[in-house]
Design a protein around this ligand. Structure first.
Ligand code: 26W
Length: 819
């Protein structure tokens, strides 16, 4: 929409074909007559990228000249997915490019498939970071993403005999044409050593960090074009390089290899992404990764700042740093250290600068995901930071004690140092104390932070904890992934929706127009056909596009309750077996998601899905009415195929546990109806689309909390519900694992004997009833399609453009740069 008509000139499209051929030869060293798709993909990628470099440099000098305040989005994870179509979409040259590629003898789609998905994150948090970069640069907000360039991203998942197996994701093995490596920019990052006191020339006590082991950080930039390309920004990802100096003592002893050993080991820091989400594994290497990101990033931030300023006093006016969860929270003591030890400031001045610079986003309330680091580990790796953390805490607790005299319980709850069970640093407490603003990611979640997890802090700092509801970028998650629907929407209401998603409201009246409904249904069917072909390719299974596509795609976790979905599937199976001629709504139930490699129960649920699928899909009575499949290796590029094809989106976490969810937004935006609990952003989705257009069921967050307090008895539901009892007994007795009867006992036991922490038993019957309502509505296609339209039409709020503007105005205090 914002795109100027002269893209042909701006991007020299007349020369694109020649450039592709030139890059085939000059950059790739390939014969231009070769017909290898991979070579053409690369040559195209380089030819596209080179068209953005000028615009990127121009954007950077705009930032510089205007002295605009810049946003630094610090994240241990980014999930950008594939870049090619995103660049073309945001440059507005998809159609032109398709033609050019066709003249070279390829389809754009087949070249797109040559790209390896950049999986530098686990799930929601990483994808959110990438959506926010797209929205920042598309709205001319000067911002950068800072992260780590892992050699190995999230593992590649394959399914072997029904089980998840992990393979390494060697995503850069064949090179990555989007990376711009800055071989000449290197920063030194220090570890270990000790903190030493000395007196400066004025006789003041000062600290310095000495006898350190050093590693070099090298940046690699990936350009991020805004929609319409008026601005191009970048994410800067760091890789570890061995330091230039030798270990002299080894070297002098003639131990050349010994001296090299340490150098080689230091490059391990950025080797691999930790594949746990929502689970902390307190590994030293992980803490090293976090500090590596933070140290390199702050050297870069201060270097850039000091090009234009002589004093650091105005840092908070020029720099806003957003901490994406606590993973980069070591930045708080790091900035204190830099300001005091390197730039000579006193504590109070430094602390004021610090707290006006940082803001922290919390993404989870699960206790096992909250980061704490043993004091002895942190103190050994970062001795000076440990001193600073103690001092931050001492001053902080002094303030708390003055406000709440005598309340020692409160002091111990709020302390940055946890004392029970060996001293540990609570990173969330540190992040709250060191930030001016803390936010949750959906209204319900932020409320839970204020009244639950961070209640003490909310009482102490009544305005610090706020809400910014998550969003997703409509460019990737509608325009790019769903061309059929995008075309229809643009034909009907014009093209502005992709930069102003609220415009989708103009579709509301069209829901009553039967011709429009037909066109809408055709677009959905087209997407379902495409997905069916993909499913056939991936798992050699035919699925029928005319059935209800029921989808649950997200990380495997007990709280997300994929198991509840399986229990519904088993119940449907039983109903069909009991009454083979029953009139039931034909469904295809699809699952996808990775389990953390060490998460036994989540892996067992993957196995259960596959075994249930085996039984169901082989049964002649069921044929044509129920199919189940688990699609291996869920990732961004798979999501782009799955999301547009969904009829029903499963968002069924135990209320109070899913901070927001963003898959819920993507599905609804693409016209899926949601079946879900009142959890995370589902609450706000219901408010936007209307309670009559969504299937809400189950316990509410406060009811879950009450039940936990008053004693929850899952067996009661088992005893009073014959259908549930039968499902549980089938799982427990080995009906789905005849060769290994006890295989699924742990699943059975977790619900029946270990307290059913996630309350599946309580929500089973309400879920079954909501699913029955789904079945009934689907039979009335007119009504279903109407509601599908109303869902998409009312998703305006969930654009990441809105979220980013809320951060910009309310937290970062930055304005879009005028153009
Ligand atoms: C230390 C291990 C670890 C790693 C990642 C703990 C926690 C995480 C993330 C914070 C987990 C995560 O991705 N949370 C998700 O964040 C999304 C974006 O805000 C939300 O939509 C999801 O509800 C939330 O689960």
């Amino acid at each position: 929409c914002k795109m100027s008509k002269n893209v042909r000139e701006v991007f020299r499209l007349d020369e694109l074909k020649d450039d592709i051929r030139r890059n085939m030869v000059a950059l790739l060293g390939n014969d231009p007559r070769s017909k290898r798709k991979f070579s053409y993909y690369n040559a195209l990628a380089y030819s596209v990228r080179e068209r953005l470099v000028d615009l990127w440099m121009r954007t950077q000098s705009d930032y510089y000249d205007s002295m605009a305040k810049r946003v630094y989005y610090l994240s241990m994870e980014f999930l950008p997915g594939r870049f090619l179509m995103n660049y073309l979409t945001n440059m507005g040259i998809v159609d032109e490019c398709r033609e050019i590629v066709a003249e070279l003898g390829f389809s754009l789609e087949e070249l797109e498939e040559e790209e390896w998905d950049a999986g530098l994150g686990n799930g929601g948090l990483g994808r959110l970071a990438s959506c926010y970069l797209d929205s920042m640069v598309s709205q001319n907000i000067p911002g950068y993403g800072y992260g780590i360039l892992y050699d190995y991203g999230i593992f590649y998942q394959s399914i072997v005999n029904g089980n998840q197996e992990e393979r390494c994701d060697n995503w850069r093995r064949h090179g990555c044409p989007w990376e711009i490596t800055r071989l000449d920019t290197l920063y030194e990052v220090k570890f270990y050593g000790r903190s030493e006191t000395y007196y400066d020339s004025d006789g003041n006590v000062r600290f310095r960090w000495v006898d350190t082991e050093n590693v070099m950080a090298m940046p690699c930039d990936i350009l991020i074009p805004g929609y319409g390309c008026s601005h191009v920004s970048n994410m800067r990802l760091w890789t570890a390089q061995s330091s230039r100096e030798f270990n002299l003592s080894d070297f002098n002893r003639g131990d050349y290899i010994g001296a090299m050993h340490g150098k080689v080991m230091s490059e391990n820091i950025t080797k691999v992404l930790y594949p746990n989400d929502q689970f902390l594994q307190g590994m030293e290497l992980r803490l090293k990764q976090q500090y590596f990101l933070v140290s390199a990033t702050f050297q870069d931030i201060l270097r850039r700042y000091l090009k234009q300023h002589t004093s650091l006093a105005a840092l908070p006016e020029a720099v806003a740093v957003q901490l994406n969860d606590t993973h980069p929270a070591i930045a708080i003591p790091e900035l204190m250290r830099l300001l005091m030890d390197v730039y000579g400031m006193g504590w109070d001045v430094a602390w004021d600068i610090c707290t006006r610079t940082f803001a922290y986003t919390n993404h989870t309330v699960l206790p096992e995901a909250l980061e704490t680091w043993p004091v002895d580990l942190l103190g050994r790796l970062l001795p000076r930071h440990m001193q600073i953390i103690y001092e931050i805490n001492r001053r902080f607790l002094e303030g708390v004690a003055a406000t709440f005299p005598g309340d020692t319980e409160r002091l111990s709850r709020m302390s940055v140092i946890q004392e029970e069970g060996g001293q540990r640093v609570r990173m969330a407490n540190l992040a709250i104390v060191g930030s001016h603003t803390v936010n949750g990611v959906a209204a319900l979640h932020s409320n839970i932070l204020q009244t639950g997890l961070f209640r003490d802090f909310h009482e102490y700092y009544p305005r610090k904890i706020r809400n910014v509801t998550n969003g997703v970028t409509p460019r990737r998650w509608l325009m790019q992934c769903n061309p059929a629907l995008s075309r229809l929407i643009t034909q009907s209401i014009g093209p502005e929706w992709c930069c102003n998603l609220e415009k989708l409201r103009e579709l509301v009246p069209l829901a009553e127009d039967s011709a429009f409904r037909d066109a809408w249904a055709r677009a959905k069917l087209e997407n379902k056909r495409l997905l069916s072909r993909y499913v056939l390719r991936k798992v050699q299974m035919g699925i029928n596009p005319n059935t209800l596509f029921d989808m649950q795609f997200k990380r495997m976790h007990e709280y997300k309750r994929q198991l509840l979905n399986v229990m519904h599937v088993i119940s449907l199976f039983n109903r069909i077996k009991d009454n083979p001629s029953a009139d039931i709504t034909p469904r295809t139930v699809l699952f996808g998601g990775k389990a953390a490699p060490g998460y036994y129960q989540a892996k067992l649920i993957i196995r259960l899905i596959n075994e249930v699928a085996r039984v169901v899909n082989a049964d002649a009575d069921v044929a044509g009415r129920l199919r189940v499949a688990f699609l291996p290796n869920y990732c961004i590029s798979q999501a782009e195929k799955v999301v547009p094809a969904a009829d029903l989106s499963e968002q069924i976490s135990t209320a109070g546990m899913e901070a927001s969810g963003t898959g819920n937004m993507k599905f609804a935006l693409n016209g899926a109806l949601t079946i879900g609990t009142l959890d995370g952003a589902n609450v706000e989705i219901m408010e936007e689309v209307g309670a009559e257009n969504i299937f809400i069921f189950g316990l509410k967050a406060h009811e879950v909390a009450e039940k936990r307090r008053s004693g929850y008895n899952p067996r009661e539901f088992y005893e009073n519900d014959a259908e549930l009892r039968r499902v549980m007994d089938m799982i427990g007795s080995g009906f789905f694992s005849p060769d290994e009867r006890g295989l699924f006992s742990p699943v059975y036991d977790s619900l029946m004997h270990h307290g059913d922490y996630y309350m599946l038993m309580a929500d089973y019957r309400p879920y079954m009833e909501a699913q029955a309502a789904v079945d009934a509505l689907y039979l009335d296609q007119d009504q279903w399609v109407r509601k599908s339209i109303l869902n998409a039409a009312n998703m305006g709020k969930f654009s990441s453009d809105r979220s980013v503007m809320e951060y910009a105005r309310g937290i970062w205090h930055v304005e879009p740069l005028g153009k």
